[in-house]
Write a protein that binds this ligand. Structure first.
Ligand code: NDP
Length: 334
């Protein structure tokens, strides 16, 4: 087997020397276990959080331990009734490994959906899709005619947030880091407008594209972008606080938000959430997202990097904004 081991806590951006790829023979399976060969490994901003020793929602990955990660795997061996070789499963919180050995109980077998590629299980009907769906619907509670702003809009979560908000009848403005992404958001994903924060004055563009103010800020980024949105929130607005990616590589304490007082004046609901808390409701979210997918109401992109050996170096794509849609490593063939 091949597995990435965490060797050092990264300082700033992840360096390849922070991890080491080790090879070891596979142990025989115990009763109730399943062996899955990774097809797609999910790379997520939260991988960076798990590598650090900050007080987070899960314990950090220990130094010398396999790097935590999930994805889709093909069952190659099974000693668990109900799963057999050839089944495709979501490996949940497993390892950055070619093969994962997992308890069969609780492993979800992926169904075949007509016209829906396997990669959708990493995006719209995977964890990032559920993050978008529950964060927006449960916390944002969009109403027809409202204005929704989403940051990291062309990423896995953001691209779904905007499209779900459109289905709910909202005006949707996305914030992203390139002209190509902004073009995709408006022309393909159906956003009403997109702002390139690397080139444009975000505040001025929000004033232009949100003439009635902002009812929902789906926050993925933090920092100055979040501040510009907070300054333009409406009374009784909602702010699902999903992520703060601009701060994950920070080596010094992060200041702000500077417009915090506006959350009081506007009586904004700010709610941090972690998608794993919604796990008991995933079936509901997957059913709805799968229906929209099959009705061709959701467009999605997958940014595929090949080879387990490229996992650590590819994580930087998320922090440099090189990915459009869900970033995955293809570890083996479908
Ligand atoms: P994305 O696919 O959105 O990739 C991250 C994107 O963030 C990049 O493509 C980049 O796009 C943007 N970005 C990176 N650095 C910065 C920066 N300094 N300023 C502004 N934008 C930046 O990743 P995900 O969809 O997986 O995650 C999006 C957010 O959601 C993250 O904050 C993540 O932590 C969070 N999340 C939270 C979950 C939860 O349960 N709460 C679950 C899943 C994700 P660009 O080109 O636009 O800069």
């Amino acid at each position: 087997n091949k597995t990435w081991i965490l060797r050092a806590r990264p300082v700033g951006e992840v360096k390849e020397t922070d991890l080491e790829l080790v090879e070891a023979p596979l142990a025989p399976l115990n009763e109730g276990e399943v062996r899955a060969r990774t097809i797609y490994l999910s790379l997520d901003p939260t991988n960076r959080i798990w590598m650090s020793d900050m007080d987070a929602y899960l314990p950090p990955v220990g130094l010398g331990d396999p790097m935590r990660g999930g994805g889709l795997g093909l069952v190659t061996e099974s000693r668990f009734d109900g799963l057999e070789p050839g089944d495709i499963v979501n490996t949940g919180l497993a390892h950055w490994s070619l093969y994962n050995t997992l308890p069969g109980a609780g492993l979800a077998k992926m169904p075949q959906l007509p016209g829906v590629p396997l990669t959708a299980f990493m995006g719209p009907i995977g964890a990032t899709g559920m993050t978008a769906y529950f964060g927006l619907m449960d916390i944002g509670k969009p109403k027809e005619g409202e204005t929704v702003v989403v940051s990291a809009a062309a990423g896995a979560v953001g691209s779904m947030v905007g499209q779900i908000a459109k289905i709910q009848g909202c005006r949707v403005v996305g914030i992203a880091g390139s002209d190509d992404k902004c073009k995709w958001l408006v022309e393909t994903a159906g956003f009403d407008a997109a702002i390139n924060y690397k080139k444009e004055d975000v505040g001025a563009m929000l004033d232009k594209h949100c003439p009635d103010g902002i009812d929902i800020n789906f926050e993925n980024v933090g920092g100055e972008i979040m501040d510009a949105v907070i300054a333009r929130l409406n009374d009784f607005s909602r702010m699902p606080l999903c992520g703060l990616i601009s701060t994950y590589n920070a080596t010094d304490p992060v200041p702000g938000p500077y417009n915090f007082a506006n959350l009081l004046m506007r009586r904004t609901l700010v709610k941090g959430f972690i998608v794993i808390d919604y796990y008991p409701r995933f079936a509901e979210g997957i059913q709805q997202m799968a229906q929209w997918l099959m009705e061709r109401k959701l467009k999605f992109e997958t940014d595929v990097v090949r080879g387990l050996e490229n996992a650590p170096s590819s994580l930087s794509r998320l922090f440099e904004g090189k990915n459009l849609g869900k970033l995955v490593v293809q570890v083996s063939d479908e």
